[in-house]
Write a protein that binds this ligand. Structure first.
Ligand code: ATP
Length: 914
């Protein structure tokens, strides 16, 4: 806020008063007023270019400037019509350039916008996720490990809240935060009760009241000094830029040769000026300058389309790399499965209990092994297990619009729902037990601990829940129920074995197993007590096991089949138990019944050296009980075996693996840190979405190739046609011949032929696109087959047009009109041929690309308009053609079907024999 307060020196209640808020957060009606007052919580991007500037920047192009000069010269020489037409072309070229660039910029901006992060705040007492830009002063901000802090805030609750403030202070050492009001003014780095926008939560959990947003945050004050990321060129764009540059040099060289020879053989000033205009027009028409813009635009629009299909592309190169992916390493929970947990089985005090009910509705029954309903009030062990599960838990059940939903993570949610089924309400329990400390769940620890003060007995409890084998290693006792009374006995090795056996049994049924345990600790009632894990998570009393189902996502099975057909290896990487992971992998068709040797655990990975893992990498399907750090090892091994790896992740510690993989895929529900390290974010967390994105990526790349073949086919052919007639004329008649006039070339290239090209850019996926092996990233965009096809096309068009030109040469204008018509007809047919460099035209679904058909119809109508309506045609030096002429042009143009079909048949045969 613009008013200056030293928030770190103020008490929390004082701050609440100033900001007119409370621990329950702002009221919805206040938020609207505050948003008006303080604006959006974002720092304006100063690099934005205005549309006008973008349009004017198109005139920086040398060729355009020469064309403008040519307009002037034509005017001086009295060629008013030429001057007008060339000027129209200038406007057209610059407008097309502007539109392409504007479209790319807008698409890229839209991508940045949709991948903008969210913040969790309390409003009217309810936790809500909102876009960071909607945060206002007074909001109560909830902070978890992996969050990027959304605004400056005064800490009002801290559970081991540890922040990386290096972006602000340059200090790499993490800073622990607490709620204590500071007594004297200190530097930012020492303000232990404040968190600042842009910094990262490394561990723990915290709550803060937002004090400053946008430009008033400490980050906002230095934001000017930090430059925003420029959109980097993708490898494909770089490669195409190179092709474009080489081509431009070659074209300009040829045009210069034609120009010089032309000047020597045509000495009059008028003729030389005409030649200058001709050469420059030719250069403008065929030099592929807009190519990089078109590639960026196609990638960006493709990315936008993918984002609508739930895969938000954060880095443009991901679109093309997707087509090269050979292995997808996916988390299990939430990506392969639904992450909708429901507790099905319980084990307490030697009893196995089944639970009924579905979803998050807290309705269901507890049934014993004989099928009898259990009287929960009489079952102390079950009550104790449920109490731990509910209090060692950050989730809540909400009932909204006739549906039950949970807040927090689904594992916790399933346990709260289970307790409610037993009429054990979290709210009632929290009336008696007061939380005094916690050690949040972390993947590395595989457990969560809370410390409660029991107000009725004045005892302090440590409640722990987590992975069974992990918890058992910290356990020394077992809780049992003897004659209705608690009985705690020492845990014998056979007790441990039995519990592990039951846990494995549950895991084999694809259940995720969570164990619960507790202990008492000394009650010294010291308010700011800090709890050290090693001190309190020991000598625990084991109470029970919960087995919860998390059904596989329905659509994933099919996606796995698609992956296998497409030469992509699906790999599961999970923190869960080996048996649970295997059961799910089998259900999904990732592995067969006897594929036991295709599984490695985190412990195996620790023992293995790099070489061993590399050797096995291509066979392993499931990695279980792994830590985020193991993901790096797995990526390394897969890459060394030549894989291009996509890796999913959501936690703060997944960020290095996301960066190291070829495509890092974060979950929308994941941490901000993971998202920032990723190339793509899945809004639905779904594995099937990755496979759809790969299909889209392959299609986009394929379409760029088709587009290139098409535009190169007419650019090259024109040069060959012009050069051939030029030299033949020089040789036969001692003066060069021009089969196309300058404005005819401009009209053909800039207006007529570009329409089908746009359609090719959005060609639907080939039916076999997911039946082919992934693309080799080193493979040139124009493959040998594509180049072969291109050569055949250029040869056919050049020969056909040259023959037509000389056949009609008695009347130069008519000959030029015929060349123009034949050339365009060739390219219209070509647009369809370019849809596949492999398959015969007969096999390509003709009507599946309506944009291409519309483009071709539009181009043909334009051509007919210009040629057949003499009033228009005269400006382009063309004459109307007879039906016979049109038939001749069409017949000649149709020859391209024969030559390309022969080529395709030949190349298929060569491929099959090699
Ligand atoms: P992934 O998402 O990587 O497929 P996962 O979600 O199954 O794996 P993690 O989240 O890494 O695995 O959890 C590892 C183990 O930690 C789980 O198998 C479970 O035993 C335990 N665990 C998971 N969530 C909690 C929780 N909220 N509280 C306590 N323990 C948990």
């Amino acid at each position: 806020m613009p008013e200056k307060y030293k928030w770190h020196l103020l008490d929390i209640e004082e701050i609440f008063n100033i900001l007119n808020t409370s621990r329950n957060g702002l009221k919805k009606e206040d938020v609207i007023v505050l948003q008006k007052k303080y604006g959006l919580n974002e720092i304006a991007d100063k690099k934005q270019i205005s549309p006008l500037k973008l349009f004017l920047s198109q005139f920086k192009n040398v060729l355009i400037l020469i064309l403008i000069a040519a307009t002037g010269i034509s005017l001086i020489l009295g060629n008013i019509i030429d001057a007008i037409i060339i000027f129209i072309v200038v406007i057209l070229c610059t407008t097309i350039g502007f539109l392409l660039e504007y479209r790319s910029e807008k698409a890229i901006k839209a991508l940045i916008e949709i991948s903008a992060p969210n913040a969790t705040v309390l409003r009217d007492g309810t936790e809500v996720k909102i876009p960071v830009k909607e945060v206002v002063p007074g909001d109560i901000l909830i902070l978890h490990a992996g969050d990027k802090v959304a605004a400056d805030a005064r800490v009002i609750e801290s559970y081991d809240l540890t922040i990386d403030e290096s972006i602000l202070t340059g200090e790499s050492e993490p800073v622990k935060k607490d709620t204590i009001t500071l007594k004297e003014d200190v530097l930012i780095a020492e303000r232990t009760n404040m968190v600042y926008a842009g910094t990262i939560v490394l561990h723990g959990r915290g709550v803060g009241v937002v004090t400053d947003t946008s430009i008033w945050t400490e980050f906002g004050k230095i934001a000017d000094m930090l430059s925003t990321d420029d959109v980097e060129d993708t490898p494909l764009k770089k490669r195409i830029n190179q092709i474009g540059k080489k081509l431009s040099i070659a074209y300009i060289f040829i045009i210069t040769v034609l120009f010089v020879i032309g000047v020597i053989s045509r000495p009059s000033v008028n003729q030389i000026v005409a030649l200058i205009i001709w050469s420059v027009s030719l250069a403008v028409a065929i030099v592929p300058e807009t190519l990089p813009l078109i590639i960026t635009g196609t990638l960006a629009l493709g990315a936008q389309k993918m984002s609508k299909n739930k895969a938000i592309v954060r880095r443009l190169y991901a679109v093309e790399t997707l087509g090269c992916i050979t292995a997808i390493c996916s988390d299990k929970t939430g990506t392969l499965t639904k992450n909708e947990m429901t507790v099905r089985k319980i084990y307490v005090d030697n009893q196995k209990i089944n639970v009924t009910g579905t979803g998050y509705e807290p309705k269901g029954e507890f049934i014993d092994e004989t099928g009898e309903k259990i009287d929960i009030s009489q079952n102390n062990s079950l009550n104790m297990a449920l109490t731990i599960a509910t209090l060692c838990n950050d989730s809540k059940i909400l009932y909204e619009d006739g549906n039950y939903r949970i807040t927090g993570n689904p594992t916790d949610g399933a346990l709260v729902v289970l307790a409610e089924k037993a009429s054990l309400s979290k709210d009632i329990l929290e009336g008696r037990y007061k939380r005094v400390g916690e050690i949040p769940f972390e993947r590395e620890r595989k457990r969560m601990t809370t410390i409660y003060h029991d107000t009725s007995s004045d005892k302090k409890f440590v409640f722990v829940k987590g992975a069974p084998e992990m918890l058992l290693s910290l356990t020394s006792f077992i809780y049992t129920d003897k004659d209705g009374k608690d009985f705690i006995k020492e845990m014998a090795p056979e007790d441990k074995d039995k519990i592990l056996f039951i846990s494995d049994q549950m895991a084999t049924e694809a259940l995720r197993v969570i164990a619960v345990a507790y202990r008492y600790i000394d009650n010294d009632n010291n308010k700011d007590e800090t709890f050290i894990a090693e001190d309190i998570e020991k000598d625990l009393i084991f109470v029970g096991l919960f087995g919860m189902i998390d059904p596989p996502r329905d659509e994933v099975k099919d996606a796995i089949i698609q992956c296998k057909k497409a030469g992509i290896r699906p790999i599961m990487i999970t923190g869960d138990h080996k048996l649970t992971a295997m059961a799910i992998a089998k259900e999904l068709g990732m592995m067969e019944e006897n594929d036991e040797n295709k599984v490695l655990t985190g412990v195996d990975l620790e023992k293995m050296d790099e070489k061993d893992l590399e050797y096995l990498a291509n066979d392993i399907v499931v990695y279980s009980r792994v830590l985020p750090i193991h993901k790096l090892k797995i990526i390394d091994a897969l890459k060394k075996r030549g894989n291009i790896v996509a890796m999913t992740g959501d936690g703060i510690n997944d960020a290095p693996a996301l960066k190291k993989s070829d495509i890092g895929i974060a979950m929308n529900s994941g941490t901000d840190v993971a998202k920032e390290g990723s190339d793509m974010v899945l809004t639905d967390n779904n594995f099937a979405t990755i496979v759809s994105a790969i299909k889209e990526g392959r299609t986009i790349y394929d379409n760029i190739r088709k587009y290139l073949v098409y535009i190169f086919s007419y650019g090259f052919s024109e040069v060959v046609i012009l050069a051939a007639s030029f030299f033949i004329g020089l040789f036969l008649f001692k003066e060069p011949l021009y089969p196309l006039m300058a404005i005819q070339i401009l009209l053909a290239n800039i207006v007529i032929e570009d329409l089908p090209a746009l359609g090719l850019g959005v060609d639907p996926a080939r039916p076999d696109i997911m039946r082919q092996r992934p693309r080799n990233p080193n493979e040139p965009i124009l493959t040998k087959t594509a180049i072969g096809l291109l050569v055949v096309m250029i040869a056919t068009i050049s020969i056909g047009c040259t023959v037509i030109f000389f056949k009609y040469l008695q009347n130069l204008t008519k000959a030029q009109t015929m060349v123009f018509a034949t050339f365009i007809l060739y390219e219209m047919i070509n647009a369809f041929i370019c849809r596949s460099d492999k398959y015969s035209l007969a096999k390509i679904e003709f009507f599946s690309n309506k944009w291409l058909i519309l483009g071709v119809i539009g181009s043909i109508l334009l051509m007919l308009l210009v040629i057949q309506i003499h009033f228009i045609g005269q400006f382009f030096y063309m004459v109307p053609l007879s039906l016979m002429d049109w038939c001749t042009a069409l017949l000649i143009a149709l020859t391209i079907i024969i030559t390309t079909e022969i080529f395709k048949a030949f190349s298929v045969r060569v491929r099959n024999t090699s």
